[in-house]
Design a protein around this ligand. Structure first.
Ligand code: ATP
Length: 348
């Protein structure tokens, strides 16, 4: 990564709460104008990182570098950073205009300039003409847009978003995901987004940082993370996966479920124990000559595909297919070599 493109550099951050070591030697570089998502299960330390970047929490050791300057000890209000929380934290007694203008008034900007800025930012979040509405008369989705507008109006270099769509229903959340990405393209700020929802992360992000227990598991584009997970944790967290114990017999040959398969992986020890990750959509049902044979034990129609569980000598393989098979039916399966993902066994 070109150093010039880096806006935030977290260097060797450690943070504990009592004996709970939440972040251990955490290092992360965040580029200018990127939409970066911290993704991981509840309690893995995502919010703590966001709070450290925002200045609401101090690391026990390590540095937060912003545009080349050490801001580790700078208070939040002196940082070029605004935050949008899940609980919108809007002032219920003020209307939309005054909620958004609040920060600008503190900065003592001219009234005419403030009006213009609020108008522009309301257009960006698709709430043209909402200036005089009471907060309480707005829907949850509209309130969230006001909260985003309130962050955008300050034109900060960075916007931190902590599960901002968590309180919205699924359909609205999906619409807002697409809209947030559009907004970010338009305003060109760096967005740092926290979620435990993998679909949300895949939809919006330029870069996803997958975390578990305060450690980075993988950093990459959504496509990299989905197609080339680096370990079984990432594969499992990012999509539904079959994770199977296997042995790397030799380069390009792996054994699992008592069969040898061709694969595209090499560089393991001969007979090294490995994790095999296979996506449900990558298992093909065939009429004959399948490498694996099993019995369908469940079948659910999911709209676009059928989702089936197939018992293969005691291992239950999840399969998504546009072909349907009856429960109880014997089926045969093949898996193309490049769709067999071989991973080093996770530590611990
Ligand atoms: P979630 O998705 O549930 O918000 P998260 O990944 O954002 O989870 P954090 O909020 O960063 O996780 O919390 C990480 C760990 O640190 C958790 O075990 C949490 O209980 C603990 N923790 C966070 N803040 C504090 C605090 N102020 N005092 C004590 N423990 C804390």
């Amino acid at each position: 990564m070109d150093n010039q493109d880096i806006l935030i550099n977290l260097v060797n951050i450690n943070k504990s709460f009592g004996d709970n070591a939440v972040l251990k030697d955490f290092n992360l570089k965040i580029k200018k104008n990127e939409f970066l998502t911290l993704l991981g299960p509840s309690g893995c330390g995502k919010t703590t990182i966001l709070r450290i970047i925002g200045g609401f929490e101090s690391p026990d050791s390590g540095q937060v570098i912003f545009d080349g300057l050490d801001i580790t000890n700078l208070p939040p209000y002196e940082r070029e950073i605004n935050t949008v929380f899940q609980k919108y934290a809007l002032f219920p007694h003020l209307n939309v205009q005054d909620n958004i203008a609040f920060g600008l008034k503190i900065k003592k900007l001219d009234n005419k300039v403030i009006k213009e800025k609020v108008k522009n930012v309301l257009a960006i979040v698709n709430l043209r003409g909402f200036e005089n509405r009471d907060i309480e008369s707005l829907s949850g989705g509209q309130q969230q847009r006001v909260a985003i507008a309130r962050a955008l109006v300050n034109e900060p270099d960075v916007i931190l978003l902590d599960e901002p769509l968590g309180a919205l229903d699924l359909k609205l959340r999906q619409e807002m995901q697409i809209e947030l990405k559009k907004i970010q393209n338009q305003v060109k700020s760096t967005f740092i987004y926290v979620t435990h929802d993998q679909e949300e992360a895949l939809t919006m992000s330029d870069t996803i940082v997958v975390m578990n227990y305060g450690k980075i598991q993988q950093i990459g584009t959504p496509i990299d993370i989905y197609n080339e997970p680096e370990n079984a944790f990432v594969a499992d967290f990012i999509g539904e996966s079959n994770i199977i114990d296997g042995t790397m017999v030799e380069d390009y040959k792996v054994r699992f479920l008592e069969h040898d398969f061709k694969c595209v992986d090499k560089g393991f020890e001969n007979n090294e124990n490995v994790d095999i990750v296979i996506r449900p959509e990558d298992v093909q049902l065939v009429k004959e000559n399948g490498a694996l044979k099993g019995t369908v034990i469940s079948n659910i129609f999911k709209g676009v595909h059928y989702e089936m569980e197939v018992d293969i000598d005691g291992y239950v393989m999840l399969i998504q297919s546009t072909q349907s098979s009856e429960v109880g039916e014997e089926v045969e399966m093949i898996i193309e070599p490049d769709l067999i993902h071989v991973m080093k066994k996770s530590e611990g």
